[in-house]
Design a protein around this ligand. Structure first.
Ligand code: ADP
Ligand code: MG
Length: 255
């Protein structure tokens, strides 16, 4: 009996059945005590291992994505941001846009939830077994510039095309020079009709020439050809609490 148990543990280790290994002893006692059938016991152990592996891989892939924070759609207050069309959000959540290699662009002033929504959509993609990678626009362009400097631009562009969904956050917050705009265009062209991009910007499309200069038209041409734009027109969520604090203080003062 001991020999069998030893071999069982060794095999669970070799096969990386970590969850099974962890719960085996306690569960074996329960099986004996409660007279659980062989079929039921086997099913329980395999189900436990499967769920553990799934959660683990979700966690690892979320880490790889490099989100600045992890927040889902469930944590987004759509009532606060009434300008967002829920139908479009639900349509995006079906992941049809990833299959169709389309882009998604969130536009709006600071604090309205663009980054939150881009990350939520990225998380949904990961949950649906698509790979996702997050980059801030400034870091992305700095990296592309450096790669070009070191004669490995193609390699970097290829790396950025490894993920089914690429999030490029905060377009337009910092100025981009001609060289940067050109590198950005190369990335957009490489992913065009092959892989999806989710972008966020505080600038409307008509202002994109202030960001990308003469390259703006070519960038927008490819980006918008197959895309969904979510225009958010509302108040910043960041100052929501501050505002209510201020008005409460005012009420206290008038009392
Ligand atoms: P933006 O990218 O548009 O500047 P963020 O997505 O960074 O805004 O949002 C700022 C903060 O406010 C984040 O912590 C985000 O989770 C939160 N937030 C914004 N809008 C909402 C909302 N409607 N419901 C819940 N949290 C929100
Ligand atoms: Mg943001």
């Amino acid at each position: 009996m001991n020999l069998i148990i030893d071999r069982l543990y060794q095999n669970m280790e070799t096969m990386k059945l970590n969850r099974m290994k962890l719960i085996f002893e306690n569960y074996a006692e329960r099986v004996e005590k409660d007279k659980i059938s062989f079929l039921e016991a086997l099913d329980y152990l395999i189900e436990e291992e499967k769920n553990y592996k799934k959660e683990n891989s979700l966690e690892i892939r979320t880490k790889i994505a490099g989100f600045p924070f992890v927040k889902s759609f469930e944590q987004f207050d759509f009532k606060f941001q009434a300008s967002i069309d829920l139908q479009s959000i639900n349509d995006l959540r079906t992941m049809r846009f990833v299959e169709a290699k389309e882009n998604v662009i969130f536009l709006g002033p600071p604090g309205v939830g663009k980054t939150h929504l881009a990350i939520s959509l990225g998380l949904d993609a990961i949950r649906n077994n698509y790979s996702c990678y997050y980059m801030n626009c400034h870091d992305l362009i700095t990296g592309l510039n450096q790669a070009q400097h070191e004669n490995r631009l193609n390699q970097r562009l290829k790396q950025l095309c490894r993920h089914k969904v690429l999030i490029i956050d905060e377009i337009g917050y910092l100025p981009i020079d001609e060289q940067g705009a050109n590198l950005f265009f190369q990335l957009i062209s490489k992913r065009y009709e092959k892989l999806s991009i989710i972008l966020t910007s505080n600038k409307s499309y008509s202002q994109w020439n202030e960001i990308f200069g003469n390259t703006a038209a070519a960038i927008l041409d490819r980006l918008l050809h197959h895309s969904t734009t979510i225009n958010i027109r509302g108040e910043s969520y960041r100052i929501k609490d501050k505002k209510s604090q201020i008005s409460q203080a005012q009420i206290r003062q008038t009392n």
